[in-house]
Design a protein around this ligand. Structure first.
Ligand code: C5P
Length: 402
């Protein structure tokens, strides 16, 4: 998934966010990377090299004239061994020096001498970030093909609030994974639905489907990692928005339907149409027919309210019926006759691919097992964490799109 098996040089420059670089080191390792830390003098004033040395089990380099590397060319040795260089935190000063191609210290030198991709995670106070000089430098870095990850906005160490905070380590790992993954969906627009829908009975009650949204959110992440432009229409779930995903929150099936078609309608001569629609949401098939806008009172005795239901629109089928539909992928959770029901659904909804959850008790769990049904073929994805399955599924879909 981008990071696993990679050798990453993590450059730590001078900023208070350097303390987050220790956690980032751990998270990158957890994602399967080998991490080599190189610090600037200023970075080493914020967090000691010993911390990173202990975490990585590798010597930490600061000094350009370090004699531990045999040929005296640490910058060449270190960048040659790396699959990627990530500077986190990247100070305003360090980005200025990168933008100018300076080689004033070991880290700047190895960035200049690199053959691998380079990403920076800016961290600085709001005024420094907004300064036109910094913005010019950021633009220069982008023009030079350097990935700029973040910054985020929020509370800052200087007591201010604003743009300039380094992304949190978990978001950074996600962004780095996406940056390093193969871009199978580059230039594609993807629309997804995820989570359950909630159909209100009255202001305090409603019916819903069991769905954590984990699978849909994992697929949205995998699409971003594959280079797609991703919009996620999400029902009520308590999951953070994946990095670089545009999220539209909805409650009911009708709102989800309207949001999906509204999004598809944005295509124009200037805006590329969506290439792919993945319906992962567990949409409620019915909604209470008469919504009461005040709470239904419990009466004395045993009288219970009668509920009447109305049919919700089938979002997936309605998208597949559009004049120029995107490639449509449906999901199905069946408790029995998975294959027969799945093939039937494929035909009924008029879609080319349906992904069936094998075993219907995966709600909220991190693992899943999938069966991809297409007209004339079947592919089984063995039990694995949802994040991993999402990447495999996206690879499979990308092959069909190309
Ligand atoms: O018809 P069924 O609910 O079994 O089909 C499941 C698939 O259809 C899923 O992809 C789900 O997101 C989608 N669906 C939908 N709108 C509905 C019901 C299901 O988009 N009203």
């Amino acid at each position: 998934m981008g990071i696993s098996g990679k050798r990453i040089v993590l450059g730590v420059t001078g900023g208070v966010a350097a303390y987050k670089a220790a956690v980032l080191t751990r998270e990158l390792q957890r994602a399967g990377a080998r991490v080599q830390v190189v610090m600037t003098e200023a970075g080493a004033r914020f967090v000691g090299p010993a911390t990173f040395q202990a975490l990585t089990g590798e010597p930490v380099f600061v000094d350009q004239w370090d004699t531990r590397i045999a040929n005296g060319m640490a910058h060449i040795e270190l960048s040659r061994a790396a699959d990627a260089i990530v500077i986190a935190p990247a100070s305003a000063d360090f980005m200025a020096s990168l933008a100018q191609g300076r080689a004033g210290d070991l880290l700047a030198t190895l960035c200049l001498a690199r053959e691998c991709p380079l990403a920076v995670a800016p961290a600085m106070n709001r005024q420094m970030w907004e300064n036109p000089a910094t913005q010019r430098n950021v633009q220069q870095l982008r023009d030079d093909g350097i990935e700029v990850i973040g910054p985020d906005s929020g509370d800052q160490a200087c007591g201010e609030t604003g743009m300039g905070r380094m992304l949190e380590p978990d978001a950074l790992v996600e962004a780095i994974g996406a940056w390093l993954a193969p871009k199978r969906l580059a230039g594609r627009r993807v629309l997804l639905t995820a989570g359950p829908t909630f159909e209100p009975i009255d202001p305090v009650r409603g019916i819903t489907n069991r769905s954590s949204g984990k699978m849909g959110f994992a697929i949205a992440r995998a699409c971003v990692a594959a280079g797609a432009d991703v919009t996620l229409v999400a029902g009520p779930v308590s999951l953070p928005t994946p990095w670089a995903v545009r999220r539209i929150n909805v409650q009911t099936a009708q709102q989800m339907h309207d949001a999906v078609h509204g999004e598809l309608d944005t295509a124009s001569a200037a805006v590329r149409a969506h290439d792919l629609f993945i319906a992962v949401a567990a949409v409620a098939d019915w909604r209470p027919a008469n919504y009461r806008d005040s709470k239904i009172k419990k009466t004395d005795g045993n009288a219970v309210p009668e509920l009447a239901f109305a049919q919700n629109p089938d979002i997936l089928a309605s998208v597949a019926r559009r004049a120029h539909p995107p490639y449509c992928v449906g999901f199905a959770a069946e408790s029995e006759s998975l294959e027969a029901h799945g093939l039937d659904k494929l035909a009924r909804k008029g879609i080319p691919m349906l992904v069936a959850n094998i075993g219907h008790e995966t709600f909220g769990l991190d693992d899943n097992e999938l069966l991809i049904l297409e007209h004339g073929s079947q592919t089984r994805l063995a039990r694995a964490p949802k994040a991993l399955l999402a990447h495999e599924l996206v690879r499979h879909i990308a092959e069909r799109l190309s």
